[in-house]
Design a protein around this ligand. Structure first.
Ligand code: TRP
Length: 361
């Protein structure tokens, strides 16, 4: 294929993914009880406001619609691209605290939070799944290629190539059909669909349904340094758990430009536009209206408004966080319950999988 045709093909497949995501969104509103959500994160640190506006808020919304929701903490995935794991258990707790503080509530809703290392039957699905994919398919995965580059490691372990298959086990063990993710995860969803399809075909069974990626409607929040992405390793974030003072300092350090009149112009003034978007998300307004309000009061006023709106929006969440930090036994009990509930589901699925493969005794 000529290069132009390749990028056309990529765009077309992205457009299809967007269309599917929109159809799914419409049905989630109408028939929440027909669906199951699975999504999750790696326990590599606390979550920042980019995670919150880009995905956490959406998870809480789906939960509140009445959709059964599984949140996987992908602790095994941490072993694929880094050498330091002394903090994993701390980060599993910290992630759980962020989730609960932001409104995920396993006691009030059908929500289950669990680290996948505690679900043996989920992990066992990896074995048959590995025989349903080819080496070349794994090494061509564009997200993996990028992660290999970013990891800076000279020896790439096999887990790096195979974790998308493990991710398919995360998604399929509970037969979820809705996977809220960012664009970068779409290749993994496509692989998961293929694994589900191939399993059913090869073993002449109907064990799995093919999941769909639910794409977030919130545009990506950029880093405060004007960088591409808010990310802890780039030190350009505002953490959900930041104090009001830390928030102010982070916002103060944000890059802007020297024009005094504040306008919402994402193409020509990406840093100012990003701050306006953050303030709009936090305060419920629109970036255009905020820009008009600030007018010629300059970047100082803009930053003051950003700081205040974030601190206002996260005040209660931060209070809940602090309370949970002091009740780690409760946080652990949430995980233990999530593990028990997820294991039940995984055991049933593994039984069906064994039966389909003629491995029953
Ligand atoms: N791969 C995801 C990430 O790097 C984390 C993850 C693991 C995940 N299993 C998942 C996301 C299942 C969605 C569904 O962020």
């Amino acid at each position: 294929m000529a290069e132009e045709n390749i990028s056309e093909a990529i765009n077309a497949s992205f457009e299809r993914a967007v269309q599917k995501s929109n159809e799914l969104e419409a049905d989630l509103q109408l028939n929440p009880e027909k669906h199951r959500v699975l999504t999750g994160d790696r326990p590599t640190g606390n979550l920042h406001i980019g995670h919150y506006f880009g995905s956490l808020q959406n998870r809480v919304r789906l939960q509140n619609l009445g959709v059964e929701t599984f949140i996987v903490i992908a602790d095994y995935q941490v072993l694929t691209d880094r050498d330091v794991f002394k903090d994993i258990s701390k980060f599993v707790l910290e992630l759980t605290i962020d989730y609960l503080a932001c409104g995920l509530d396993p006691h009030k809703f059908k929500t289950h939070i669990f680290p996948h290392s505690h679900i043996p039957e989920l992990n066992q699905l990896l074995v048959p799944f590995l025989s349903l994919v080819s080496n070349s398919e794994l090494s061509k995965n564009p997200t993996i290629k990028e992660e290999i580059q970013a990891s800076g490691q000279n020896v790439i372990n096999a887990g790096m190539y195979t974790y998308p298959v493990h991710q398919a086990a995360d998604i399929l063990f509970c037969k979820s059909d809705v996977v809220p993710v960012g664009k970068d995860q779409l290749p993994h969803i496509e692989l998961t669909r293929n694994i589900a399809k191939r399993f059913n075909k090869k073993f002449k069974a109907r064990v799995f349904r093919e999941p769909t990626g639910l794409l977030s409607e919130t545009p990506m929040i950029l880093g405060l340094d004007g960088g591409q992405k808010m990310s802890k390793s780039r030190n350009n974030t505002i953490m959900i758990k930041a104090t009001e003072d830390e928030t102010m300092k982070a916002v103060k350090s944000a890059k802007t430009d020297s024009e005094r009149l504040i306008t919402y112009d994402p193409d020509n003034r990406p840093e100012v536009a990003n701050l306006l978007r953050i303030a709009a998300l936090a305060s419920g307004g629109t970036p255009q209206n905020l820009a008009a309000e600030i007018g010629d009061q300059g970047a100082g006023k803009l930053k003051q408004i950003v700081t205040e709106s974030i601190n206002e929006h996260f005040r209660e969440i931060r209070q809940r966080r602090a309370h949970l930090e002091n009740n780690l036994d409760f946080v652990k009990s949430i995980l233990r319950e999530g593990i028990a509930e997820s294991r039940n589901v995984a055991q049933k699925t593994l039984e069906e999988v064994r039966a389909a493969m003629n491995m029953d005794i």
